[in-house]
Design a protein around this ligand. Structure first.
Ligand code: GLN
Length: 280
């Protein structure tokens, strides 16, 4: 079968996910989309088998990113594995905010709950003077993040730490995080693809979804070297609550930023050292 024919056949079969047809074909054949048009060729039997293995898994609901083991984020390639959440386009809004803020300044950045590493690694790639540390609670997750750092040619540090139990060592100027933020009870009512394939630990934000924001806001003053900047991804309906929470921990200049769909998606704020406010 010629590539053009296969392409239309797959688009039909993939229905709502028709746009994934080209992604699957390029992954298996190594051809680019330009090749499809300029240098079309027959698909070999072996390729056909491989393509249909992928399509069948896809049709049973498995996310394509897990089947192919990779995805794109901020124009970079990232390995994904079952231990980590698939990087989302929404999260690019968070990364862009931090990149805007840091520019070429020398800043120490801590990415809390780094998962695949997509946030910290994109920042390290685009802000040449940033010194980025990726934090997560398990070695398996940090392994994935380090593979991604290598794949993208950036040097980053890692810290294994469960921030709910312990305050991480070191001092930083910027904290960035896309923590789990879904209310425990809501997780099972999500699009079941998300809850059956993605790691629950990456989604569960406790009874009110705010557990990690609360904890990070509380320990931020111990992580910053006096003062610092914080940037969180949030759920579309968490803007007011997280604003209050940050203010109650002494943050100022709280700003919300919307994603491409117009929903609140990112919150940023500053913490300034207040010499009259330090009890010890
Ligand atoms: N920080 C990672 C990401 O943005 C993981 C987020 C998470 O596990 N909740 O993809």
């Amino acid at each position: 079968m010629v590539i053009g024919q296969l392409r239309s056949k797959l688009r039909g079969e993939l229905r709502d996910n028709a746009h994934e047809a080209d992604w699957i074909i390029t992954h298996v054949t190594g051809l680019t989309q330009t090749d499809f048009v300029l240098h079309p060729r027959d698909i070999t039997n072996e390729e056909m088998h491989e393509i249909y293995d992928i399509v069948n898994r896809r049709l049973s609901g498995e996310p394509l990113q897990y089947i192919l083991g990779e995805t794109e984020f901020m124009g970079l390639r990232f390995i994904v594995s079952e231990e980590t959440l698939i990087p989302r386009a929404d999260t690019e809004t968070l990364v862009e905010e931090v990149i805007d803020k840091i520019g070429n300044k020398k800043k120490r950045v801590l990415d809390i709950g780094t998962g695949s590493g997509c946030i910290g690694i994109s920042i390290a790639k685009m802000c040449k003077n940033a010194k980025v540390t990726l934090l997560d609670y398990s070695d398996a997750i940090l392994d994935v993040a380090m593979k991604n750092a290598k794949l993208n040619g950036v040097e980053v540090d890692t810290i294994k730490c469960d921030i709910l139990e312990k305050i991480p060592d070191g001092k930083y100027d910027v904290i960035v995080s896309n923590p789990p933020y879904i209310e425990t009870d809501t997780i099972f009512s999500l699009d079941n693809i998300v809850s059956s394939y993605e790691p629950l630990e990456a989604l569960d934000g406790g009874f009110d979804g705010l557990m990690f924001y609360r904890r990070i806001a509380e320990i931020a003053q111990d992580i910053f070297d006096g003062s610092g900047f914080i940037a969180f991804e949030i759920g579309y309906n968490q803007g007011d609550e997280v604003t209050e929470l940050l203010k109650s921990e002494g943050f100022s200049g709280v700003k919300l930023k919307q994603d491409a769909c117009g929903n609140d998606r990112v919150i940023t704020a500053k913490l300034k050292q207040n010499i009259f406010d330090r009890g010890d």
